[in-house]
Design a protein around this ligand. Structure first.
Ligand code: PLP
Length: 406
């Protein structure tokens, strides 16, 4: 007999957390919160975002456009186009004397971000430790955690110029250590590490059979005759190093999403597997633009570096005059002054400076506990805006001093 009673509602099982524990345990980036606030404000001078203020040089943009007009709209090889890999290999050989086979030792990725993620995921087993200097780029530790590894943070201080030493690395090595993640010139400090110290770290890696991931995204942005040391070019390093670099910073191409990794074939093949199933290939149009950048972008790089150097000199001197002690960093485009004289935490300093003077900076604590007492200020911003920012920071500091009753 037919009834019109509706079927009983299913009994709900107790709710499980939909988010994986290893993701839940990683805090959201301390930088993002500030950008959300900035987006609601007007007349802000942003020294917050870590990217060039230049647009991509015209001839590079045109190469991307031309590739579309010519109909290059399909996938490339999973490794990236061979022409681009050959250009990368030539550049690495020419700049640092390190040689990679474009056929199977170079992979083109969606930014250094993806290259780093691939390197870690392809080589780290659950519980493996990765030594990471701190303060450091916000992605490093989460990247290791997402791969099931354990980041072992090594704090560095302003007194040591925020440059990690081989002695510190040695003290952090355990039987579970799989790799050391180096990122110099460094974000957020601008510090570079001497060739001698890097060579000593490589020797440790050889002695303990460790991998080295070397994020050299700021390699081209160095000043005062500082010569960048490519870690892979150091004696004994090549066979255990994943060299990471890309177009974002040196060619002002952050939005194009082109990075790459160069590594011995066995490691690269493993990275390719992860990349193949996750991403297929980096954007084709961007790969065409990257060939143009790498083959004919040198003049543009030199012009941009010259301008960053001019801003850096003026801005860092200005900060020191205002009483915010700041070393002249060797590379990247960040100043990382001490703000301890204000008595404020880096978070309070950044928040008040934003609300009271409309200057956006990033609290040093966003880059790890050892970044506390500092803020990151990106000087990839127009010279005049940097001058204006210094004026506003000076005004802010007067207010803080008055508030302290000094
Ligand atoms: N590595 C460092 C040290 C960075 O500062 C950044 C971006 O700020 C990246 C990697 C990410 O670069 P990409 O745009 O190539 O993904």
């Amino acid at each position: 007999m037919k009834t019109d009673a509706s079927p009983p509602a299913p009994t709900a099982a107790p709710r499980r957390d939909p988010v994986a524990r290893r993701v839940r345990e990683v805090p959201a980036s301390g930088i993002r919160r500030f950008f959300d606030i900035i987006n609601t404000m007007q007349d802000v001078i942003s020294l917050g975002v870590g990217e060039p203020d230049f647009v991509t040089p015209l001839h590079i943009r045109q190469a991307g456009i031309r590739s579309l007009q010519e109909g290059h709209t399909s996938y490339t090889s999973n490794f990236g186009s061979l022409e681009l890999r050959r250009a990368i290999a030539r550049q690495l050989e020419g700049l640092y004397g390190v040689s990679y086979d474009p056929q199977d030792e170079i992979i083109v990725t969606a930014g250094v971000s993806e290259a780093l993620d691939l390197a870690v995921r392809a080589t780290v087993d659950p519980g493996d430790e990765v030594i990471v200097p701190e303060p450091s780029y916000v992605s490093y530790a989460p990247c290791v955690v997402f791969a099931g590894g354990v980041p072992v943070m090594v704090p560095t201080t302003a007194d040591q110029g925020f440059a990690i030493t081989a002695r510190q690395v040695a003290a952090s090595i355990t039987p579970r250590t799989k790799a050391v993640l180096l990122g110099y010139p460094n974000n957020p400090t601008g510090t570079a590490v001497s060739r001698q110290e890097l060579a000593a770290i490589v020797r440790l890696a050889v002695e303990h059979d460790l991998l080295l991931y070397s994020d050299e995204i700021y390699a081209r942005l160095v000043y005062d005759d500082w010569e960048h040391t490519c870690v892979a070019a150091l004696p004994g390093a090549r066979e255990r190093t994943v060299l990471l670099n890309g177009c974002s910073k040196s060619y002002a191409m952050t939005g194009w999403r082109i990075g790459y990794a160069a590594a011995p074939g066995e490691i690269l093949e493993a990275m390719m597997k992860v990349h193949q199933y996750g991403l297929l290939c980096a954007p084709t149009m961007s790969q065409f633009a990257a060939i143009e950048a790498i083959e004919r972008g040198e003049a543009a790089v030199e012009a941009m570096v010259e301008e960053y150097a001019r801003r850096r000199a003026m801005f860092v001197d200005g900060l020191n005059r205002l009483g915010l002690a700041c070393a002249r960093p060797q590379g990247a485009f960040y100043a990382f002054p001490s703000i301890t004289a204000t008595g404020l935490t880096s978070e309070a300093f950044a928040e008040r400076l934003l609300y009271e003077e409309r200057v956006a900076v990033v609290p040093g604590s966003a880059f790890g506990p050892s970044g506390e007492g500092h803020v990151r200020m990106c000087y990839a911003t127009a010279y005049e805006k940097l001058e204006e920012a210094l004026g506003r920071i000076g005004h802010f500091l007067e207010g803080v001093t008055r508030g302290q009753g000094r």
